[in-house]
Design a protein around this ligand. Structure first.
Ligand code: SAM
Length: 285
């Protein structure tokens, strides 16, 4: 790993000195190489143990919560005191995940419900339409929380939200799940030559990840994602001047991640160039 992980002081975005790194490896190994207390935020969207066939990994583990505990402890070690962790999961795992989070030492700050808007198939029960996020803090330090995002009056009115508070509440109903096909959003990553097959059907919307990154980090901060998938957190960080380190075990995603990294670094370079041109022109006036 580069010097970024070793040095305590990272470059801010004033000079756009942003570093983006990803590693195709098991996060249980990779997280150990990051120095303790150096990371500002962790975003983790692990497999939910729902026996999904599209993972190259075992998504039907009998030791699921022991496994969660292992990587959560590693996340706790690397986070600075006061740093934030967002742990996603399916509702059926939320209760036991909460117990693990508390046993590792985190404080739970919010229980966020993401209403995906696509009900899962179900028989003789209520179809599931949400995934959940534990927003947690490592105690012992100053928390950063930017509450400047606001939900528009039109959206609040559409959703029947009463009261004057315009901040995002803990139920997120304004972010639809990504879908392939004729309704596919521009950010959806499709399999080559296919219109109806996503590379990773659980690819998260950037808006969801950005809401977390924006709330819990400043430009120049360091974000870690142990389960990178097809790179949503990496893209969000690159676009918004956060340093980033991610791990992904599936070799098949390497090419997508590599392409995104190249294009992110290119646009960071372009921004840098525009900034120095602007500085020059203001000096020349
Ligand atoms: C739910 S997906 C994450 C999707 C991601 N948030 C996105 O938007 O692209 C979980 C990912 O974790 C990866 N994964 C599973 N076990 C892993 C491990 N031990 N280390 C690193 N990655 C792992 C899977 O291959 C899968 O891509």
């Amino acid at each position: 790993m580069t010097d970024m992980l070793k040095s305590k002081k990272r470059k801010g975005s004033g000079n756009m000195g942003i570093t983006i790194e990803f590693y195709i490896e098991d996060c249980l190994k990779g997280l150990d190489r990051i120095k303790p207390n150096t990371v500002d935020m962790v975003f983790a969207d692990p497999p939910y143990n729902l026996d999904k066939k599209y993972y190259s990994v075992n998504d039907n583990r009998s030791d699921y919560f022991e496994w969660i505990e292992k990587w959560m402890k590693k996340c706790y070690r690397i986070l600075r005191p006061g740093g934030a962790a967002y742990f996603m999961n399916a509702p059926k795992n939320f209760g036991r995940q909460e117990a693990v989070i508390k046993s590792v030492g985190f404080e739970i700050s919010s229980y966020i419900i993401w209403m995906r808007r696509n009900p899962a198939p179900a028989k003789n029960t209520f179809p599931n339409i949400h995934s959940d996020i534990h927003y947690c803090i490592k105690p012992g330090g100053k928390r950063y929380f930017d509450d400047s995002e606001s939900i528009s009056y039109e959206l609040r009115r559409r959703d029947g939200i009463v009261g004057k508070n315009h901040r995002p509440y803990d139920v997120w109903i304004d972010i639809p799940k990504l879908v392939p096909g004729f309704m596919a959003q521009p950010e959806v990553i499709l399999k080559p030559g296919k219109k109806k097959a996503m590379v990773l059907p659980n690819q998260l919307p950037e808006k969801l990840v950005w809401r977390c990154v924006r709330a819990s980090t400043k430009e120049g901060d360091l974000v870690v994602d142990p389960f990178l998938g097809v790179g949503t957190t990496m893209r969000v960080c690159g676009k918004h001047n956060r340093n980033f380190i991610g791990f992904e075990i599936n070799e098949e995603y390497r090419q997508y991640l590599e392409e995104q990294k190249i294009s992110l670094l290119k646009s960071i370079e372009e921004k840098k160039l525009t900034q120095s041109k602007l500085q020059l022109s203001s000096v020349a006036k």
